[in-house]
Design a protein around this ligand. Structure first.
Ligand code: BG6
Length: 486
């Protein structure tokens, strides 16, 4: 479906890493799929290139390699380039924003300003846009990290909020744009089957894992000042948790969904600083081996301090204080340089109350739903069945749902979906300010404890599943991480 109307998409940080790897390739894919209105224009904004010709050269040299090989068609690529304009802009020069305004005023349609820049530039850019009247009837897109803690995130939101109304602000969490995350909503609210079981009476525990094989790549400096709690938990993991745990929304309109997610975030049991050792594990990778290749320790990565105490792994036990979930532990986990790249949600149902069929039926996790978000989106439902032969011996079997067997279409990339939503004015997949505040408020005691204690995180070898303490935390609840099942 084509975007509703024409648009002018202004990309600050137009020669940055994010523009190169994600934003421009996603816009190309949308263009190739015929989803952008013909008259829509993209305006790259940067300091480095002199003029449009220079910018087009840069796009050809840097962005093209990130377009999927199957999707690259020279004719289509040329027609994509024809959408691109360029404005050379120095943020410190007010007159450059006058030039930007003049360039944008020549173009038509919905105005989108995408800030693919560091967060320290968000407020100055917004002020400069307002000084030339470009904030009116426009949408602004902010990339994470939005602040460093509750205070700094409030400071940015207050300042941006003076210039743009909340309905004009699109805060990106790219996990919300992923097809499988959308599918989680479909699974929960499009089927009557699971919903009655989706509560404390039937669910024993839930795990949510986002594991990466990659290390910090070229982002050592940024990451060392950020850490996994800010980089992954405050946003992606808490957003996934809120979708897993939310009440059915009245509709899929933006505020119905976001209101329900907010209710979950506000119901997270506050972490008592005295409990942190028990409910939060932080780790840092040492040298190890991933898929047969030796990889270095975090502390020796470029840009990382040698004596860094930044965490590259977090595991948490979280509780939700409401009728549906009281007492059910949610175990969240994320880390870099782990044994596998996987994002999945594991719902462990309670065992039968009494087994006439022997102890197997009483084993935790005998009934379990595993929702694999990436790679290879699948849903697997584990049950017990009788093993053939004499006697009543039970064995674990599973029903598998692999989405690529049902749908031939390729999945749409998260950024493509989110950019189309911005252009079309759909806010549901963007994080509202109150959600973001609730998430920061909840992680704050952990952040404070970890920065004050200044203790080293627990070491783990790259290529493993993180520190042993993460397994011990689950063992206290009589359970284990999915990969630890025999
Ligand atoms: C980003 C983090 O938000 O998400 C990165 O900053 C992380 O550190 C990435 O690697 C993971 O996203 P995905 O889509 O590859 O799972």
């Amino acid at each position: 479906m084509q975007t509703d109307s024409s648009f002018t998409f202004v990309l600050f940080g137009g020669t940055g890493d994010l523009s190169m790897r994600k934003i421009l390739p996603a816009l190309y894919e949308a263009h190739r799929a015929g989803m952008l209105a013909d008259s829509g224009k993209i305006v790259g904004v940067a300091r480095h290139e002199e003029d449009r010709a220079g910018y087009i050269d840069w796009v050809n040299g840097h962005v093209k390699p990130y377009v999927s090989k199957d999707g690259l068609d020279e004719g289509v690529w040329e027609s994509f380039l024809a959408r691109i304009e360029y404005v050379k802009l120095d943020l410190s020069k007010a007159e450059d924003f006058v030039l930007l305004r003049d360039a944008v005023n020549k173009l038509s349609g919905t105005r989108v300003f995408y800030l693919a820049t560091g967060p320290s530039l968000f407020v100055p850019i917004c002020h400069a846009l307002a000084s030339v009247g470009l904030n009116e009837n426009a949408r602004i897109v902010l990339e994470k990290p939005l602040g460093y803690d509750l205070r700094s995130s409030n400071a940015i939101n207050d300042a941006v909020g003076e210039i743009f109304a909340e309905e004009q602000i699109y805060r990106i969490d790219h996990y919300l744009g992923k097809e499988p995350v959308q599918n989680l909503l479909a699974l929960r609210f499009g089927n009557a089957l699971f919903e009655p079981l989706w509560r404390r009476e039937w669910v024993e525990s839930i795990q949510i894992t986002i594991a990466e094989e990659l290390g910090v790549e070229a982002r050592g400096d940024f990451y060392d000042n950020t850490g996994a709690l800010r980089d992954m938990v405050q946003n992606h993991l808490l957003q996934l948790l809120s979708i897993v745990a939310m009440e059915p929304p009245h509709s899929m309109d933006s505020d119905s969904v976001r209101d329900e997610k907010l209710r979950v975030l506000r119901a997270l049991k506050p972490i008592d600083p005295r409990d942190i050792q028990r409910v939060a594990v932080r780790g840092q990778y040492h040298a190890g081996v991933i898929r047969g290749t030796a990889v270095p320790a975090y502390a020796t990565e470029p840009g990382v301090k040698k004596d860094s105490t930044t965490e590259t792994f977090v595991a948490l036990k979280v509780e939700i204080e409401n009728w549906r979930w009281a007492g059910v532990p949610f175990f969240l986990r994320t880390g870099k340089r782990l044994a596998d790249r996987v994002a999945e949600i594991v719902v462990n149902f309670r065992p039968v109350p009494h087994s006439a069929l022997g102890p197997t039926a009483l084993r935790p996790g005998a009934n379990r739903l595993v929702i694999r978000l990436q790679p290879n989106e699948t849903i697997r439902l584990y049950c017990l069945a009788k093993q053939p032969g004499e006697g009543m011996n039970l064995a674990s079997v599973h029903l598998d749902l692999a989405f690529d067997q049902f749908f031939r279409e390729n999945q749409m990339e998260a950024y493509q979906r989110l950019l189309l939503d911005v252009i079309n004015g759909r806010l549901a997949l963007f994080v509202r300010r109150d959600e973001q505040e609730a998430a920061w408020r909840w992680v704050e005691p952990i952040l404070n404890d970890w920065s004050a204690a200044n203790k080293a995180p627990k070491p783990y070898a790259a290529g493993t599943w993180g520190p042993a303490a993460a397994s011990a935390m689950l063992a206290q609840h009589g359970t284990c991480w999915l990969e630890e099942e025999n």
